[in-house]
Design a protein around this ligand. Structure first.
Ligand code: HEC
Length: 155
């Protein structure tokens, strides 16, 4: 025995209507805490320099890092607690207490603790600089990102 066409249509419509509310539900994943990170160079025409673009950010007084990450400072908690010396390229690449070799992963800013710690939603501890705001400006975050994306050279 076959089901009449109009009855089949009604059953199908009923099934579709029953499914409709499910389409409106959003998965409950909570608020976004970390911006989406993409490894690619944001400005391939600009060759970022460690000496010119990156180190001055670490060393400046306002919004910088030296007062906490220069072992010679009066109270360098970024060095004593975080284990990270930001006074030279080699010291930076040696990493900190938690980051170790992941401090800078050449070519992969999204895997580099240095970039993640200065961004919103750091993987552990607080966003750097710890006494911010001010934090790094969007253009400055891009410089750190692209310096790593371009291979994190001592240039
Ligand atoms: C007012 C002090 C202070 C300033 C300024 C500061 N830091 Fe820190 N930093 C800390 C402390 C304390 C820790 C350890 C706790 C933590 O990881 O949140 C730390 C940890 C870190 C770590 C993680 C090290 C590891 O491997 O565990 C990174 C990366 C870092 N800082 C980068 C920076 C950068 C880059 C700047 C400047 C833009 C900066 N910090 C400015 C105090 C500071």
């Amino acid at each position: 025995m076959t089901t009449p066409a109009h009855l089949r249509a009604a059953l199908l419509l009923g099934a579709l209507v029953a499914l409709l509310p499910a389409c409106d539900l959003e998965p409950d994943v909570g608020p976004a805490t970390q911006a989406r990170c993409i490894n690619g160079d944001t400005d391939p025409g600009h060759d970022v320099s460690y000496a010119r673009d990156i180190e001055p950010m670490f060393e400046r007084t306002l919004g910088g890092c030296a007062k906490c990450h220069d072992p010679r400072a009066a109270n360098p908690v970024g060095f004593t607690l975080g284990g990270l010396d930001l006074t030279s390229y080699d010291a930076l690449l040696a990493g900190g207490a938690r980051s170790g070799a992941d401090i800078v992963v050449a070519g992969a800013p999204c895997a580099s603790v240095l970039y993640l710690k200065v961004s919103a939603g750091p993987p552990f501890g607080e966003r750097m600089p710890r006494d911010g705001p001010p934090f790094l400006l969007p253009d400055e975050l891009d410089l750190v990102h692209d310096w790593i994306a371009e291979g994190a050279r001592n240039n």
